[in-house]
Design a protein around this ligand. Structure first.
Ligand code: F6R
Length: 604
């Protein structure tokens, strides 16, 4: 996920680009850059890390004349987060910024290199600018060369390109990645990946459709659609309320983030799987040399994702795995042996208890790995190695998409280890990779499903408690479902292993005890079903979540018949998130900022 901005006009171009990038920083922040073309001359600045580094580098750069400018904030997919890999990318006399992925970049790059073009970066994006300049040499008309270039690209993109050959225009193209153009009261033009950077500047905006391309100049916005027909911009009034615009029409950030899971999981997978293997550029396989055990340590939702990892690491990679709650681990004088890889998991990278355990592990000389959503956070800075989860900024206090991406990373990591240790066959790895590719579609929220959950939620607003139950990997999911409900509904909920209910909690069973039963078809179905039957025989109110009809349940939420339990896991994750959300909404609670909680827990 990256963010792009553009501006053409007489105002302070640098400030407009930097402010816009600030709004988009949540989309990626491992490096950023801008290029400004004014009076026929380019100025370009790039910096690794957060935007403040770029602000510092450009502090003496003044833009007070008519200019065209483009900017980018990056979340690395192809190539490491270095200054050379940061956008904008330069050809001979043109710059490009790009969000998305150019699937045929390797072939185009090879052809260009054979023609003598030197590449400076490892990115897929750089081919765009070189291909454009190659076409420009043949066509003399910059827009024709741009049009030709776009027709040669496969993949998803939002692209802005500026060139000395037409120094008062910005060329654009959109296919699969978001982009819009806006105008202000002086008819200056602004581009961005989402509307928030334009709020406060623009009065009207046009959201591009897939396949749109064209150019803007001081006087006009010229758009061609995917059939190469010129179309008029379809302007809409832009909201003046940043907060509501940031929610993209959803009622709450949590709801938006549940819906975003499909995209962010796709981002998490990007560049990390081929057809036959899992690739983690950020990992050196030596990290696992001499490792006999993996210890995972985290808090809250991140702890639940660590629990899922323990099932996958042992099952797929045959590595002994243990999981610890950070606040417990800190004070129990734990044994720490050098043959243990110590892994901390954190959305924020700042949770005090988790951070402290990382320090303890480092002090004990253990190798460490951080799975984190926030680059440059305290944990990322401290660890030997980091895998970023690429969920984007999570604003809802109740974590959703961060959990989804953590589990995705753990699934990939367990396969990576299985490859290293040859614990799964080539064909089994291939099958698992195909399943991974199906996750973004498994978590897509279906309107009918959301509607059903909305309707059902009214029956679950009271009672003396909830039990979320599941077996195997669905036990951590039950814990996570219960935590979500507790956090935002303030109703008591517990997650429990289905098979453990009869060892005590079943004494609570009565019609006012609500059981949310996770019943996947592809994992221990019969065993889980018997456990639920024991509860319904004692008159507990049961809501079953399953692809298979279940007549002993009072309520039934039917999920799809996926070929594998991991896909069932991801779909059921969405169901329990939506159920908590809708119960909280009906109770009139503040979904995004529940009482007594904070997004980042930096105290112990
Ligand atoms: C629950 C939730 C918390 C966090 C926990 C750890 O929705 O968000 O339980 O998971 O505070 O936070 P991180 O992952 O930032 O270390």
């Amino acid at each position: 996920m990256c963010g792009i901005v553009g501006y053409i006009g007489k105002k302070n171009t640098k400030e407009i680009l930097l402010e816009g990038l600030k709004e988009l920083e949540y989309r990626g922040y491992d490096s950023a850059g801008i290029a400004v073309l004014s009076e026929g001359e380019f100025a370009s600045y790039k910096a690794v890390g957060k935007l403040v580094n770029l602000e510092e580098k450009t502090k003496d750069f003044i833009t007070d004349k008519f200019a065209v400018g483009i900017g980018h904030t990056r979340w690395a997919t192809h190539g490491k987060p270095t200054e050379l890999n940061a956008h904008p990318h330069l050809g001979e006399s043109s710059y490009v910024v790009h969000n998305g992925i150019i699937e045929n970049y390797a072939q185009l790059k090879k052809e260009l290199q054979n023609e003598g073009i030197t590449f400076l970066s490892q990115t897929d994006t750089e081919v765009i600018v070189h291909q454009f300049e190659k076409n420009l040499k043949k066509s003399e008309d910059a827009f024709q060369a741009f049009k030709q270039t776009i027709s040669e690209l496969d993949g998803a993109y939002a692209i802005l390109l500026v060139t000395k050959a037409e120094d008062k225009k910005i060329f654009f193209a959109k296919n699969g990645s978001p982009m819009l153009v806006g105008i202000d009261t002086d008819n200056d033009k602004y581009f961005a990946s989402s509307d928030t950077p334009l709020i406060g500047h623009c009065t009207d905006v046009n959201y591009f459709e897939d396949g749109d391309y064209g150019y803007v100049s001081a006087d006009e916005i010229v758009i061609f659609d995917k059939n190469h027909q010129q179309v008029e911009p379809k302007f809409k009034k832009l909201s003046t309320n940043k907060l509501s615009a940031q929610k993209d029409g959803y009622r709450f950030f949590m709801e938006k983030e549940i819906y975003e899971q499909s995209h962010v999981i796709a981002d998490t997978l990007l560049g990390r799987i081929s057809d036959t293997e899992v690739i983690f550029e950020e990992l050196d396989a030596k990290l696992f040399d001499g490792i006999a055990e993996i210890k995972l340590c985290a808090c809250g939702t991140s702890y639940h994702s660590a629990l899922t990892a323990s099932y996958m690491f042992e099952r797929y990679a045959k590595v002994k795995t243990s999981v610890e709650i950070a606040s417990e681990f800190r004070y129990r004088d734990p044994m720490m042996t050098q043959d243990t890889l110590f892994v901390v998991i954190s959305q924020s990278g700042e949770t005090a208890d988790t951070l402290e355990t990382l320090k303890m592990a480092k002090a004990a000389g253990l190798k460490t790995l951080v799975i984190c959503n926030v680059d440059n956070s305290s944990m990322v800075r401290l660890a030997n190695t980091t895998i970023l989860t690429r969920a984007g900024i999570e604003k809802g206090v109740a974590s959703t998409k961060a959990f989804a991406t953590q589990v995705t990373v753990f699934w990939m990591l367990s396969l990576y280890l299985a490859q290293l240790k040859s614990t799964l066959s080539q064909s089994a790895i291939k099958e698992q990779i195909e399943l991974l590719r199906a996750v973004p579609s498994a978590v897509k929220v279906q309107d009918s499903m959301h509607e059903r959950i909305k309707r059902l939620s009214k029956r679950y607003l009271h009672g003396h408690g909830f039990f979320f139950i599941g077996r195997d990997l669905f036990f951590p999911l039950a814990l996570e479902g219960a935590l979500k409900l507790k956090e935002i509904s303030y109703l008591h909920a517990e997650g429990y292993p289905s098979g453990e209910m009869k060892h005590g909690p079943i004494a609570l069973a009565d019609p006012e005890l609500f059981t949310i039963a996770l019943l996947p078809k592809n994992l221990l179905y019969e065993k889980s079903k018997s456990n639920v039957e024991e509860l319904s025989a004692r008159d507990a109110t049961v809501c079953a979540i399953s692809p298979l009809e279940f007549d002993k349940a009072d309520d039934f939420i039917q999920t799809k018949k996926h070929p594998n339990y991991m896909l069932e896991f991801f779909e059921m994750m969405v169901v329990v998130q939506l159920l908590s959300l809708e119960i909280s909404v009906r109770l009139g609670n503040d979904v995004d900022m529940p009482r007594n909680l904070a997004k980042s827990v930096t105290v112990e």
